[in-house]
Design a binder for this molecule. Structure first.
Ligand SMILES: NC(=O)c1ccc[n+]([C@@H]2O[C@H](COP(=O)([O-])OP(=O)(O)OC[C@H]3O[C@@H](n4cnc5c(N)ncnc54)[C@H](OP(=O)(O)O)[C@@H]3O)[C@@H](O)[C@H]2O)c1
Length: 289
């Protein structure tokens, strides 16, 4: 049995799907009772509802599992404390392998959510638990947030300059890589960055969208103040808004690039391209990642 934390989120559901496809029994930790159905319908064998901050919940969730896949909620100010709680629960339950869903280049202090993940990596490395650390780039799936606008107005809005170059990865490839390191031998004490290509500017991404959708799509830079207003109006918390603004400033100044060799080796095939991802999205149900 493998435990996935954060399993009702978009990453969690993808990793769950990849493990269920391999017929691996999964216990899903979800935050709220109304998330049980989502993970049960994918094939979670066992579901626990509760807070990752709680020692009691994590103790119960880790009991009897061989491996644990830890996905912290996105931009959680308590990421370090949650990581410590998960590691402690895994150690006392005798979990044999802890895989941490980190992020590409966690050593960037200017991005608080990256820096927090590096502190969790550090705890894990010192924990004496067999571990694997996965460091995915930003998901191609983030583009889907703007899908309606891309289709209806031909506009791809980003809160950084159009020539900002970023590496992306398909979440489906990340999930497959996760399933591989969880179920195949030879990945203990490894750290892998998961990236699909060396990166594209936002202008190049809009050009791919134009070609694949067979209609003009233009990138538009959203001023950061407007973006903040929209984020607050949509109910995003202050920590999350400030963290994302820090990330956008970093992207603007330096871009954010990684390398696809490790993911190619892990999957034993080239990672999905943005073109392939968009084709799949066009043929898929709206909620499919
Ligand atoms: N998005 C990217 O491009 C990207 C790239 C690389 C790495 N990552 C990392 O991937 C991770 C997951 O991101 P995601 O977008 O998949 O997350 P997500 O969709 O926000 O999912 C997080 C899940 O955790 C649950 N949760 C929140 N607080 C909890 C708590 N205290 N205890 C138990 N469960 C709790 C959430 O439930 P509620 O709905 O109740 O809050 C949700 O189901 C993050 O750590 C992120 O940094 C993301």
């Amino acid at each position: 049995m493998i435990l996935i934390t954060g399993s009702a989120g978009k990453t969690g559901r993808s990793v769950l799907r990849a493990l269920v496809e391999k017929e691996i029994p999964v216990r899903a930790l979800v935050h709220r009772p109304d998330q049980i159905q989502a993970v049960a319908s994918i094939g979670a064998q066992d579901v626990i509802v509760g807070d990752m901050n709680s020692q009691a919940i994590m103790g119960q969730a880790a009991q009897g599992v061989q491996a644990l896949y830890h996905i912290c909620p996105n931009m959680d100010p308590d990421e370090i404390a949650i990581g410590q709680n998960v590691i402690a629960a895994a150690r006392s339950a005798g979990v044999e392998h802890l895989v941490f869903h980190s992020v590409l280049k966690p050593q960037i202090e200017a991005m608080p959510h990256h820096w927090n993940k590096m502190r969790v990596e550090e705890q894990l490395i010192g924990s004496q638990l067999p571990y694997t650390i996965l460091q995915p780039a930003a998901y191609m799936q983030n583009i889907i947030v703007h899908w309606e606008r891309i289709l209806s107005e031909g506009i791809y809005p980003v809160p950084y300059p159009a020539d900002t170059r970023l590496s992306l990865v398909d979440l489906a490839d990340v999930a497959q890589a996760a399933a591989i390191v969880l179920t195949e031998p030879g990945h203990r004490f490894a750290t892998y960055e998961l990236v699909s290509s060396e990166g594209r500017t936002q202008i190049e991404i809009a050009a791919v969208l134009s070609r694949e959708l067979e209609r003009p799509v233009q990138v538009t830079q959203v001023p950061i103040d407007d973006w903040c207003q929209q984020a607050y109006a949509a109910g995003m918390g202050d920590y999350q808004v400030r963290t994302l603004v820090a990330m956008y400033h970093y992207y603007q100044e330096y871009g954010f690039l990684g390398n696809s060799k490790i993911l190619t080796w892990l999957l034993n095939r080239p990672p999905a391209t943005l073109e392939g991802f968009i084709k799949r999205k066009m043929n898929a149900r709206r909620d499919t990642y």
